[in-house]
Design a protein around this ligand. Structure first.
Ligand code: XBP
Ligand code: MG
Length: 261
């Protein structure tokens, strides 16, 4: 079966569950370090996640607070300061291996080059965060696995805008339909779809039941071949991980799945 030429990986929520125990915790440490009384609990952070970009998320939250600076320039300055500290704490957390890869991710990343599939990163997170996470799990040579690493700093507009996907496709020299994106969030799916890239959705902690429209497959994670829509034919009793052949199968069907709950 002719498979995809390229896999484009989202990072936060897809490669690892970085948000609840990573970015959120790091933001709270940064608030404390900056002498701010703000703390984001899990539920509040979940609501804030519809704003992509950590700095943008913080600015959005500040606008709803009575104890935040009023002047937009002051808000911007404070957001930049907190965000830089947050990323430093985040780097420390991932260096300590506090955030594991999602199961099944390493297997697929390892299989892809053996099958002649190139890989890229297409994320709205900061480059430093990608380097910290992937360096912690794949070592100093982690970049060899990815022919392009497109991050938040590389685009004018973050997801759900398709810019980061278009950038990654251009760098890889592949057409949208020759690639498959791996995503977890509605915003990420919208970004890939707007770039005409078929998307496989692995449900994550913060987006377990969100409406997803137009993916080529939706499932619980790459660790299992069970529980996917469209179902994998021989998944019954399989405890194997999702493979390039499975992704090729979904891509060849190109049946757009909508999931409403
Ligand atoms: C990820 C994000 C990022 C991270 C935090 O979205 O929205 O903002 O939450 O990283 P996606 P930064 O998974 O769709 O790429 O603080 O570096 O923005
Ligand atoms: Mg994500």
């Amino acid at each position: 079966m002719a498979g995809p030429k390229a896999l484009l990986w989202d990072v936060d929520g897809t490669i690892a569950e970085t948000e609840r125990d990573g970015h959120r915790v790091a933001f709270n440490l940064a608030f404390e370090a900056c002498g701010l009384p703000w703390r984001w609990d899990e539920a509040h952070y979940g609501r804030l996640l519809r704003i992509t970009g950590g700095r943008e998320r913080l600015l959005h939250d500040m606008r709803a607070r009575t104890d935040a600076p009023v002047l937009p320039t002051e808000q911007q300055r404070l957001a930049a300061e907190v965000h830089a500290k947050k990323n430093a704490y985040y780097a420390q957390l991932v260096a300590d291996r506090a955030i594991p890869l999602r199961p099944g991710v390493a297997e697929l990343i390892d299989e892809a080059p053996r099958r002649g599939v190139v890989q890229g990163i297409a994320t709205t997170t900061s480059r430093a965060n990608v380097e910290a996470l992937l360096g912690a799990h794949f070592g100093a040579q982690w970049q060899r696995r990815f022919a392009v690493v497109a991050c938040g700093e590389d685009v004018a507009r973050k997801k759900p805008d398709p810019e980061v996907y278009r950038l990654a496709l251009r760098a890889l020299g592949v057409a949208p339909l020759e690639a498959v994106a791996l995503e977890d969030s509605p915003g990420g799916v919208a970004a890939a779809r707007a770039a005409d890239v078929p998307v496989v959705v692995t449900r994550s902690t913060y987006f377990p039941r969100d409406t997803v429209e137009g993916a080529i497959a939706i499932g619980p994670g790459l660790h299992t071949r069970s529980g996917w829509l469209p179902a994998l034919a021989d998944a019954e009793g399989s405890d194997g991980t999702v493979t390039i052949d499975d992704i090729a199968y979904w891509a060849s069907r190109m049946e757009l799945v909508s999931q409403f709950e």
